[in-house]
Ligand binder design. Sequence first.
Ligand SMILES: Cc1cc2nc3c(=O)[nH]c(=O)nc-3n(C[C@H](O)[C@H](O)[C@H](O)COP(=O)(O)O)c2cc1C
Length: 182
Amino acid sequence: MKRCSIIIHSVTGNTFIIADHLCKLLREGGVDARLYRVEDPDLHILANENERTNEFLEDLLAIPVVKNEKLLKSDAVVMGCPTYFANVSAEMKAFIDGTIGYYGTGDMNGRLFAAFTSCGGGLDDAKKAIAAMNTWALQMEMELLPVEPLIHVSGEEGGIRPSVEFGGRIGSFADVILKALS
Ligand SMILES: Cc1cc2nc3c(=O)[nH]c(=O)nc-3n(C[C@H](O)[C@H](O)[C@H](O)COP(=O)(O)O)c2cc1C
């Protein structure tokens, strides 16, 4: 069975909702899909300050923290991250930087990759965040999957959750991964 690791950072839950649905779709399609999160020691603090973080705190903490070795067991890697200042979050960047041990080794060569993001409303910002994740994958000599950009817009308050219509777009994203892994 082919394995796909979905590695996310999420603070107010939107990226998590997308990743959770994607994980289910990939499993239904016969892929060994596993959801991981990057380390974020501030989640408890943020949950005290922000009801939207608090709402998803238990779900987020229940996800295992990713270890670099998981990358080597993955036929495909999906990265999901909120758009922060037209880039990935600091927590996701810390994970990315921590994979330097695999840079130039060929370890990640040819593994499949796709990225998605949730943003407040800046679509150009979101595209830059996806580009940052894709750049990492290319530097690791991974192969970018031909997915349509999967960008969720949560609005100024961050509270517009992924809709049923957006679920259809997650389905199309999943189909590309499933086809590539079949
Ligand atoms: C520090 C910070 C920076 C942000 N920068 C952007 C940005 O550049 N463009 C944008 O559209 N949204 C921006 N946002 C909004 C988030 O991308 C948005 O709320 C997203 O849905 C959060 O995802 P999450 O619910 O998975 O944590 C920013 C939010 C924060 C907290």
